[in-house]
Design a protein around this ligand. Structure first.
Ligand code: ATP
Length: 199
């Protein structure tokens, strides 16, 4: 079974496209959702966070002290890198456990991650898909979806590689714009991945 990574800038539509793959029976691992979940369930990760950012990183009831962590890592790249160095391997462990339990007859699984290239986890996938969308459309979609300002979206975008950088690392491209059908593009890739495992 192949492991396919899928990524794209904020608001590019990667989650929407993963939902189309799911309708074809392809299981999707949503790395960003899992990252939030394991902050309070992966004991190795939790210990690493306490050792790095202090025991006050968790409340007595085991909940994550988001405010404490955010205060440390917000606008401090060194601290953010330390957090990422703890979280990314933990997400990788969770993905491997999840993937190993999937039925073996499936042609491939998808790993959706906003920072697939930035984190280096694309190297652990057999192939990687980049989802792109016009800049103005991404901003319009995210401001509407999250009820946030354009400045907030631009601030989030500045923490990600540009599409130009990501294109160099991607094997496949899905263009999510108003002129192209995402369903047809997904069906085309689905067929290519099925063909790939036959050889
Ligand atoms: P993030 O990185 O912020 O999680 P994302 O890349 O996963 O974003 P989505 O959440 O899939 O992006 O899409 C952003 C918004 O745009 C959503 O509200 C989604 O419904 C909408 N959207 C995405 N693609 C399309 C499309 N082709 N047609 C209509 N709406 C779309």
């Amino acid at each position: 079974m192949l492991k396919i990574g899928i990524t794209g800038g904020i608001g590019s539509g990667k989650t929407t496209i993963c939902k189309v793959f799911e309708t074809l029976g392809i299981p999707v691992f949503y790395a960003d959702t899992v990252a939030k979940q394991i902050m309070t369930s992966d004991s190795i990760l939790m210990q690493g966070i306490k050792d790095t950012f202090g025991t006050q990183s968790y409340f007595e009831n085991g909940m994550l002290n988001n405010k404490h962590i955010a205060n440390i890592v917000f606008s401090n790249e060194t601290e953010l890198n330390k957090l990422n160095a703890l979280v990314h391997p933990a997400v990788f462990r969770a993905f491997e456990i999840w993937d190993a339990k999937l039925p073996k007859h499936l042609p491939y699984s998808l790993k959706e991650a906003a920072l697939l290239f930035e984190s280096g986890s694309y190297k652990m996938c057999d192939k990687n898909i980049l989802v792109t969308s016009p800049h103005t459309l991404k901003i319009a979609r995210v401001t509407q979806r999250d009820n946030v300002s354009e400045e907030q979206v631009l601030a989030r975008m500045s923490k990600q590689f540009t599409d130009r950088q990501k294109l160099k690392m991607a094997d496949y491209l899905i263009e999510n714009n108003e002129n192209k059908s995402i369903i047809l593009q997904v069906l085309d890739l689905h067929q290519q991945f099925i063909e790939m495992i036959k050889f």
